[in-house]
Unconditional design. Structure first.
Length: 175
């Protein structure tokens, strides 16, 4: 054996996979896609179910609830910002909604992935000293993601409804 650290190799493989997925997503993000307003609720419900199952299996104790609330709040704040970075347009004739991720939104998510990878490595190395269980660290990351993606979709839904109402009101005035 050449003495390569398996954790370093695993981390490098993870970075390569994440970079490949992000590059694929960035190439697709430049295109407008239909925004189905009626389907924006699905991801938050899915994430709430996953979060609920995780918390039910290994319920947090004491101050862990505070950390989970903080993780959700930080995720929600970042999700609102990411949602604001998404471009939403309304076709003036058909009133069809379209969305397109801005380059800033893609860079934002890439930065979050890098921070998450760094935190993951740091927490794995220091989990014993910080008295953290792997389950709790997983819960924090899942709750953070639930806040991020749920509130992103909430911001997008509110803005899309407002844009659609404005487009319909403008069409009613023109007719």
């Amino acid at each position: 054996m050449n003495g390569a650290d398996p954790q370093v190799i695993g981390a490098l493989i993870g970075v390569v996979i994440v970079a490949g997925v992000l590059m694929f997503r960035m190439s697709r993000a430049r295109k407008s896609r239909p925004l189905k307003l009626e389907w924006l609720w699905v991801m938050p419900v899915y994430l709430a179910a996953i979060s609920g199952v995780l918390l039910w299996q290994m319920p947090p104790h004491g101050r862990e609830w505070l950390w989970l609330a903080l993780a959700f709040a930080v995720g929600a704040a970042l999700g609102w910002q990411r949602g604001r970075m998404m471009s939403i347009t309304v076709d003036p004739e058909t009133h069809a909604l379209n969305q397109r991720a801005s380059p800033a939104a893609m860079m934002f998510i890439m930065a979050l992935v890098v921070v998450r990878l760094g935190m993951r490595q740091g927490l794995q190395a220091e989990a014993g000293a910080l008295h953290l269980s792997a389950g709790f660290v997983t819960d924090v990351l899942v709750i953070f993601a639930a806040g991020l993606f749920s509130v992103q979709r909430l911001e997008m839904a509110l803005r899309a409804r407002r844009l659609l109402a404005d487009a319909r009101a403008g069409a009613a005035i023109v007719r």
